[in-house]
Design a protein. Structure first.
Length: 146
């Protein structure tokens, strides 16, 4: 994948994040791409499902694995608008995801703070893609809730 592709798919993840915000969910969106094909699109569903594990990444990983008919996502890229938490980083590792591309850093709850080695050793990480837009969406969401 190249930078142009990363921007295109991050914009798709941002659409998912906006869908989450429209439903009252924390606006995090995720897209899984494999060989140029979008396998899964997802956003946070923790409020709708009353499930603290229903993060965008978890939803996207499950949907992508179902689409592939396989549990490993070695040839896939997961695009997510915010740095994954430790739980999601663990799932990304177990799925052996080939690439992780995320937008905004999460200095409070991101995996890099608590478990910087949580990902599979072969997972390529690209951070900061559309970081300002991704962060603004989350900040605006919480500003409106206060």
């Amino acid at each position: 994948m190249n930078q142009k592709d990363d921007l295109f798919y991050m914009k798709q993840a941002l659409l998912e994040a906006r869908r989450a915000a429209d439903c009252g969910e924390v606006p995090v969106g995720a897209v899984v791409v494999c060989r140029g094909v979008v396998l899964a699109r997802a956003h946070n569903l923790t409020e709708a499902l009353n499930d603290v594990t229903a993060h965008a990444e978890m939803q996207a990983i499950t949907a992508a694995a179902n689409a592939l008919g396989a549990k490993y996502l070695t040839d896939c890229t997961l695009y997510v608008t915010v740095e994954p938490c430790v739980m999601c980083a663990g799932a990304i590792a177990w799925a052996q995801t080939g690439r992780l591309v995320f937008g905004a850093a999460d200095e409070k709850r991101g995996y890099r703070k608590y478990a910087p080695d949580a990902l599979h050793p072969k997972t390529e990480v690209v951070d900061g893609v559309m970081a300002e837009e991704c962060a603004a969406l989350v900040k605006d969401f919480f500003r409106k809730r206060r």
